[in-house]
Design a protein around this ligand. Sequence first.
Ligand code: FE
Length: 194
Amino acid sequence: MTTPLTPDTIVAFIADIFNRRGSDSYLGEQVTMSEHMLQGAQLAEVAGAPDTMVAGALLHDIGHYTNEFPEDALEKGTDTLHEEAGAAVLDPFFPKSVTDCIRWHVAAKRYLCATDPGYFARLSTASVHTLALQGGPMDAAEVAEFAGHPNLDAILQVRIWDDEGKVKNMPTPPFEHYAPLLQRVVDAHSGART
Ligand code: FE
């Protein structure tokens, strides 16, 4: 990246990623990356979620693009920590209510596997495979610590939309539909900091 990103350019930058790379396959799922993230955003929007949660659902997997790792990387048994990478690139522009949903979406899966008996059964095959690489269900100490997260409810709900947003041929609005919402969240955050 040559030009530094600003609150005025970050949404166009993300739109460009969606447009150029959105048709990438999503690690063994039946949907492309952009279909997956747009489905999550639509589920959040239809549920009447606040802008920050729609943004979190839309951007939760953006970390798959930050380091451009090959799409078979997880098949080889490595965990590329896309959740931390994605949150880190967006931290300067989005509030924690958004980036926490990104940073902790894998932890949320591990938490829900440990605390919700029906949750594991709803995971996709690919998500079960990555669960083992991600450390498996949380142990009791990890659950106790994660349960105290200030944004726990939003993080868990975005995770559930993540899991539900893997439906083949589900129509969604295009990325552009969400661009004004993202800009509102970015503007509110940059205004809050100045
Ligand atoms: Fe996802």
